[in-house]
Write a new protein. Sequence first.
Length: 675
Amino acid sequence: EAAVCRAESDWLIGINGTRAMTAFNSKTGGFHLTTVGRVQTPTLAIVVEREQRIRAFKPRDYWELEASFGCAAGEYTGRWFDTGFKKNDDEHARAERLWDVPSAEAIRAKCDGKPGTVEEESKPANQLSPLLFDLTSLQREANGRFGFSARATLQVAQALYERHKVLTYPRTDARALPEDYVDTVKDVLANLPAEYALYANEIKRQGWVTPNKRIFNNAKISDHFAIIPTGTAPKTLSEPEQKIYDLVTRRFLSVFYPAAEHRVTTRITRVEDEAFKTEGKVLVKPGWLVVVGRDKPSTETLVPVADGEQVNTDAIELKALQTRPPARFNEATLLSAMEGAGKMVDDEELRAAMAGRGLGTPATRAQIIENLLGEQYIHREGRELIPTAKAFSLITLLKGLGVSGLTSPELTGEWEHKLSQMEHGQLSRSDFMEEIAQMARDMVDCAKRYESDTVPGDFVTLATPCPKCGGVVRENYKKFACQACDWSTWKIVASRQFEIDEIETLLREGRVGPLLGFRNKMGRLFNAEIKLNEERQPVFDFGQPRDDESAEPVDFSDQETLGKCPKCEARVFEHGMSYVCEKSVGPEKSCDFRSGKIILQQPIERDQMTRLLAEGKTELLRGFISNKTKRKFSAFLVRKPDGGVGFEFEPRAPKKPAAKKAAKTTKAASKKDAA
């Protein structure tokens, strides 16, 4: 009965909520499908909340000190840290961060060139292999490793189960095997393809298949056990199928291998009562890492320091850095957020009811994400998932109408708690379904009670008056509307919502931009300026066409030039979406120099174009997004020999030569993405 109630309640809330919100959004004309759901909408709210944090983020400057120390065996580096640091409410506070230059400079002056003493602690650290895959962890791994969407991973795993018979049932939330599966596992190991024989034979030779509760545990299995290979030899697998099969098989093998053993070294160098930390990590025994190919030793080492040896502070570098906003969700991190949504619930009983369940089930989470993509609530850009203006609008509406239960995991927690009560005979099916029906009625009543201009919310009154009559302009759920006349304009244009400062600029100056993030009907991004037309309504302005010979001359007399044109040495000015040579516009064009104010989603500020024209090169710009890979990259804009504008990429730092062996430090690989 609990399972039937879960399905029926999902359907009732989804169908009534969707009809109510669609009817509400269609009151002002047209048909605006607005889908909601018990799992879909809280998931969307998680993505929207993260994006709101990103947009509201204000970077803070901080500084770090990195010292170079000389010793008899060579040199090493250490980072300053505050030995008395305690974590507080500041999420960006770290022991190694200094928040003002004078403090950092004082420490540098105090320690530079001074002798130091060394304390060193070296201890073993064991790293167990990850657990066997359930569907969600497989989807996360495949997304992070190969960029596969959650749906694609499920489809491939399903094909490997149904068609090829090489994997067990994939729609599982268990990461363990039945306790009577020890002999079955031994049979599977004996029948794996030849490329895995080395590892399978070692497991059998060492007798590593034992009734280990971490692997074989009935208490951690519901309807299905973890995803493992069946022992059937795969034939003619596609590339994605081979990748997923290999991922599952290597995880299966690695779980029987012993833990990887490391030796972790922490070195504290003290100079004038200031502390600098150096950390290293040596792989002693690879254990399970050999199965997944991560057993190669690092080439960078931490030089040894003899007991009692005094080191010298050769140099101290002051690094100026900035805090970063939270990362956007990708499918892997969103799946994790859905799986752990119960942690967002304050009530202990509700949190316990959601334990191990989260939002959705392993089998449905991929489809939830695809539904959000299909309904244009989120867009996939590269591997990032970005909420649309439609998503922000829905969350604003639901909170304004007072049905905020649909925007948080609380509703899921409450339902799971009551369904658990039903399973134990503490709540009747009729009582539960009556509550669901009442919730659906309340949702519909809320939608009937308000109009789009009366929905409560945290809306603002603009400082700039109405462009038509000079009256007061106020924001509501859908529009910016004058309170004294009939002037209003939509908050969302081409799938992009106006920010308050943008609409203020538009009303005050008659134009704003160029703005990023508009989308055409095909879903493709474009950038544009917005201006007010004769009716004082916003319209797109893409600038003057290049080949319009009938165009009127452009008057640049009230503008300050940015510099000389690299092609003809005439003056360069701002014009619409571009920086242009004065001789490249108007009916008597004789030059073709122009460069966009936005290139590959990177705004090119006026001072950077001035620098390019004067010196032939901008500063390093870090916000370009490749059209091919959709990933960010950094580059300089440079003046090409023909006077055009091109890219120059940051040179890769040369690899440091290996020092004398001691404890090995880890180093992240760098990767350059070219446009």
